[in-house]
Design a protein around this ligand. Structure first.
Ligand SMILES: [Zn+2]
Length: 171
């Protein structure tokens, strides 16, 4: 494969072994009961506790999280406890009760919008993924639960920073 000089070290790494990385991602999705909404690597719905473990494994794989969004798990129990739904219609929960509704009105956590931007071109693939994922991990672990919109019904939508042309088999 030719090397594109404008590619960051991070993307060069992804392009160097796409099949290997995609297979590893699929197996992580299975391990952590991730429910991708579409056929790409955005809106990967996963509960908060599993998301924390998954993010750590993504760092080992040198895959960076680029954004976190929020999905409400609508179940009869959550409806009576927390007043769900908190968003608009969505997919059935494949590994648990109820369905998910997408919380468009809640603020995303976007890595590139953080105060000290992470420069993809000046870092190694490992350092870039580690830095992005640390920001996502710290937010989920320490900040999310004190956000004004927080509710225990909320799941995370993980967005991975991978090439747009990477398809997934929509299962
Ligand atoms: Zn809810």
């Amino acid at each position: 494969m030719r090397t594109n000089p404008s590619l960051s070290p991070y993307f060069e790494n992804l392009h160097s072994s796409p099949e290997h990385i995609q297979l590893a991602l699929e197996s992580l999705f299975e391990k952590y009961q991730v429910q991708p909404v579409g056929d790409g690597y955005i809106d990967l719905i996963v509960d908060r506790a599993r998301a924390l473990e998954l993010i750590a494994e993504l760092t080992d794989l040198r895959v960076a999280v680029e954004r976190l969004t929020w999905w409400c798990n609508v179940t009869p129990e959550n409806q009576s406890k927390y007043g769900c739904p908190h968003g608009l219609g969505g997919p059935l929960n494949r590994s648990g009760a109820g369905c998910f509704s997408e919380c468009h009105d809640y603020p995303d956590f976007a890595i590139r919008e953080q105060p000290d931007p992470v420069d993809e071109h000046s870092r190694s693939a490992q350092a870039f993924a580690a830095k992005c994922n640390q920001l996502a991990y710290d937010y989920l672990k320490d900040v999310f639960q004190s956000a004004g919109f927080y509710s225990p019904c909320l799941y995370v939508g993980l967005w991975l920073h991978v090439p747009y042309e990477w398809p997934r088999e929509d299962k």
